[in-house]
Write a protein that binds this ligand. Structure first.
Ligand code: GTP
Ligand code: MG
Length: 309
């Protein structure tokens, strides 16, 4: 097995780093836990696995005393980092400058050591009710441009997240971890092609932890369906969490129909790993979908097998 992927999760205190990792781990019923979170003392480690590779998240407490400690012992904390996940509280304008400064200090270390690592910036606390605030959206654009301008040599991906939107959290981590294998390209092509062939509204491949490995959505989703789509994906995340916890070995495929929409969750076992395909489509496309599905499944399995080798 290859070395574990080291992910540094950094940002100022109160940005929401531990909340993000908690939400990722739990998917459901994490609200109470998040309300009770205390500031992280130094570093906490959280492990997850992704396509047979282990990822270790270093949740770096963001209080000033810790930040100083990390920067003055940078080799201890930042060496051998594979991915930086930097979290900014988008609702806390007063701390933007301090957060940008801290980000610069960390990135300077990577530059100095020729570490050309991917970086993901999460503009966090982008809660459903603030999404329409012009000021917040302008701040995001401004921060994005400023960061890109100052660090042109880094591959930086930006993502808005909120713990009130668990899918945004799952996506954040998926994008980050999927950078590590080129076979993803082949997988993406198959998923995109099949979405079209099946006339699906959404087609998503999850790993057993509910991390999205690949996802495609049809372009013309009407708002009524969109709400249902999000509910169906959440339901699927919930189901696979339960499958994990309760060890349902035998019944891993779920088909439900509501509002003329079919939501389908299909479990796949490969080696010691489990994966799930989640599909949402209109009921009138159900028969051709179920006919074509086995062939698609075979192709997905081939790619996953290759990915896991
Ligand atoms: N509105 C909103 N609040 C959030 C969100 N995520 C986290 N919070 C709140 O932000 C506060 C800080 O969250 P933490 O996850 O402890 O922050 P942290 O970045 O780990 O802080 P340190 O460990 O001190 O570095 C908590 O009160 C959370 O409930 C979010 O998406 N939206
Ligand atoms: Mg914390």
């Amino acid at each position: 097995m290859e070395d574990a992927i080291k992910v540094i999760v950094s940002g100022l205190h109160n940005a929401g780093k531990t909340s993000i990792l908690t939400a990722l781990d739990k998917k459901y019923d994490f609200r109470d836990e998040i309300l009770e979170l205390k500031p992280t003392i130094r570093v906490e480690y959280k492990k997850t696995s992704f396509l047979g590779r282990e990822a270790i998240f270093w949740d770096m407490g963001g209080q000033e005393k810790y930040r100083e400690m990390y920067l003055s012992n940078a080799d201890i904390y930042f060496s051998e980092t594979d991915l930086l996940l930097y979290v900014m509280d988008i609702q806390d304008q007063e701390k933007f400058q301090a957060s940008l400064d801290y980000f610069d200090s960390i990135v300077s270390y990577f530059k100095k050591n020729d570490m050309d690592i991917p970086i993901i910036i999460s503009f966090h606390k982008y809660d459903p009710e603030v999404r329409t605030y012009e000021e917040i959206n302008e701040d995001i654009l401004y921060l994005r441009e400023k960061i890109k301008e100052e660090h042109p040599s880094f591959n930086i991906l930006f993502q808005q997240t909120s713990i009130y939107d668990v899918i945004s959290i799952v996506q954040l981590i998926s994008y980050g971890l999927s950078i590590f294998d080129e076979k993803f390209f082949e997988l993406s092509l198959l998923m995109e092609k099949s979405l079209g062939e099946f006339n699906c509204t959404s087609l998503i491949l999850f790993d057993k932890n509910g991390i999205i490995i690949s996802e495609f959505y049809s372009e013309d989703i009407d708002p009524g369906i969109y709400v249902y789509l999000l509910e169906a994906i959440k339901e699927h995340l919930f189901l696979l969490k339960r499958i994990q916890e309760e060890n349902y070995e035998h019944n891993k495929n779920f088909l439900t129909i509501e509002n003329e929409l079919v939501s389908y969750l299909h479990g796949i076992d490969i080696h010691d790993e489990s994966f799930f395909i989640s599909a949402l489509l209109q009921e009138r496309f159900k028969e051709p979908f179920l006919t074509q599905f086995p062939e698609f499944l075979g192709e997905i399995k081939d790619i996953l097998n290759a990915l896991l080798e």
